[in-house]
Design a protein around this ligand. Structure first.
Ligand code: SF4
Ligand code: SF4
Length: 435
């Protein structure tokens, strides 16, 4: 069996404070849900309801506007108590609806719809995905329809590539989802492939997940869905687009096949595609890994969009010790949250409460020139040098030394014994340099 992997750098990551791989639990329904009008990289969705409006579960409450923007739906039925404004963890300002839970559910506990989608055209499917606000279910939450169109614009041949690579332990929620909703993911892949006019469906699975790979193979045959399986390495950041493209190129060469352009997505997105098209359901919940050294009972929860992070943590037994930092997403790439009222959104893969030990203290030392950062950089950059240039604001020089190829994987920061904020500082320098 050939294992396709990127050639240099990267890390085998492990974290004993991630939730164990066990069946997911349904999180308590929020009595108050805060639904942000930005859950995507583009402009804020245009509000369609106002304070005092009654909303149904799954009702369209915000209309996506322009590139990178997506429709927003109510995750619970109830009354819009008020419209609030606040700053998101990434610094952008947004408005959101505070909805008080009232009335009956249209979806929860009801017989599931089972729409026969095979007769629909690719165009019809794209329209449904757009209407239901389907985005890539991880940061930055790009509308799926735009990912499809980009791939179609690049080449006449398109392949749908499903990344079932869990190189970061904090992707455990998507791993559990993959085990629990594999059939829906496979059917979702079929639907997405039709929407994208893709000629191939490729499942990229890491060599650490061979049991899952075998299940994918068996179920795809049983469901009559033709797929190609690529076994990749498991070193972080194998799942990253750039590293994934490296293995796709070498797979094409080895197998003498033309995959054309790639429409890349994850399992949570395809489960959402299935829900949208087959069950007429927008994104109402997300699988979220709740853990970190401060959490009493780390676990994977299925959380309604708009649920307070504080409520999610309470359901996991609360804090064992006071956290030093709370973040949404993986500690490597996630964003620190300022308070526990921050809501779970479509792209919240994890809620992580880190202890002081996990953060490793805040004392930063001088560079010892150990070279560790250079050895793990998958792009072959010199993070230490770029960091120094960034501190001096010599951004044009940093760009001339390929700073622009840094994709922010964070490997350099993880290994730096001096705890220097290499990756984040380089990113700032790139931004400044491009202005
Ligand atoms: S964050 Fe950038 S510089 Fe650091 S290892 Fe990753 S690609 Fe290299
Ligand atoms: S890992 Fe840290 S200490 Fe070592 S060379 Fe890189 S920046 Fe310097």
């Amino acid at each position: 069996m050939k294992i396709y992997q990127f050639p240099k750098g990267g890390l085998e990551l492990e974290d004993l404070t991630v939730p164990p791989v066990q069946a997911s639990r349904i999180a308590y329904l929020p009595t108050l849900a805060l639904i942000p009008l930005i859950q995507h990289p583009g402009a804020e969705a245009v509000p369609l309801v106002e304070a005092g409006s009654q909303v149904r579960e799954g009702m369209l409450i915000g209309r996506g506007y322009g590139l990178g923007s997506a429709n927003i739906h109510a995750s619970i039925p109830g009354t819009v108590v008020k419209i609030v404004s606040w700053k998101l963890a990434d610094g952008r300002s947004t408005k959101g609806f505070l909805i008080r839970l009232e009335g009956s559910f249209d979806k929860l506990g009801k017989k599931k719809e089972n729409f026969i989608w095979q007769g629909l055209s690719g165009f019809d499917l794209q329209r449904i995905l757009s209407e239901k606000g389907i985005v890539e279910m991880e940061e930055p939450g790009r509308p799926f329809i735009e990912i499809i169109r980009d791939a179609a614009n690049q080449s006449k041949t398109v392949s749908l590539v499903v990344r079932m690579i869990f190189d970061d332990p904090w992707l455990v929620a998507d791993y559990v989802l993959s085990l629990e909703r594999l059939d829906e993911i496979l059917i979702g892949a079929s639907i997405a492939a039709k929407a994208a006019s893709a000629t191939h469906i490729v499942f990229a699975v890491s060599n650490q997940e061979m049991e899952l790979a075998e299940r994918i193979r068996i179920r795809s045959v049983e469901l009559g869905i033709q797929i190609k399986l690529i076994v990749t390495g498991s070193r972080y950041p194998q799942r990253n687009r750039r590293e994934l493209e490296t293995v796709l190129k070498s797979y094409q060469k080895n197998e003498n096949i033309d995959l054309g352009s790639w429409c890349i997505c994850g399992p949570a997105t395809l489960a959402a595609v299935f829900d949208a098209v087959v069950q007429n359901k927008p994104i109402l919940e997300r699988y979220v890994a709740v853990g970190g050294g401060s959490i009493k009972h780390p676990q994977v929860l299925r959380v309604r969009i708009g649920t307070r992070i504080g409520d999610v943590i309470s359901q996991c037994g609360g804090f064992l010790v006071q956290p030093k930092k709370i973040a949404t997403g993986s500690p490597l790439k996630g964003m620190a949250v300022q308070d526990l009222d921050e809501p779970v959104t479509k792209t919240t893969i994890a809620v992580v409460a880190l202890t002081e030990d996990q953060i490793g203290g805040e004392i930063i030392h001088d560079c010892t020139n150990c070279g560790e950062c250079r050895s793990v950089c998958p792009v072959g950059l010199d993070p230490e040098y770029l960091f120094k240039l960034a501190l001096l604001e010599r951004d044009a020089e940093a760009l001339a030394h390929r700073a622009n190829s840094c994709h922010g994987c964070g490997c350099c920061e993880v290994v730096c014994p001096s705890r220097l904020p290499l990756s984040s500082t380089i990113r700032v320098s790139i931004k400044r340099g491009k202005k």
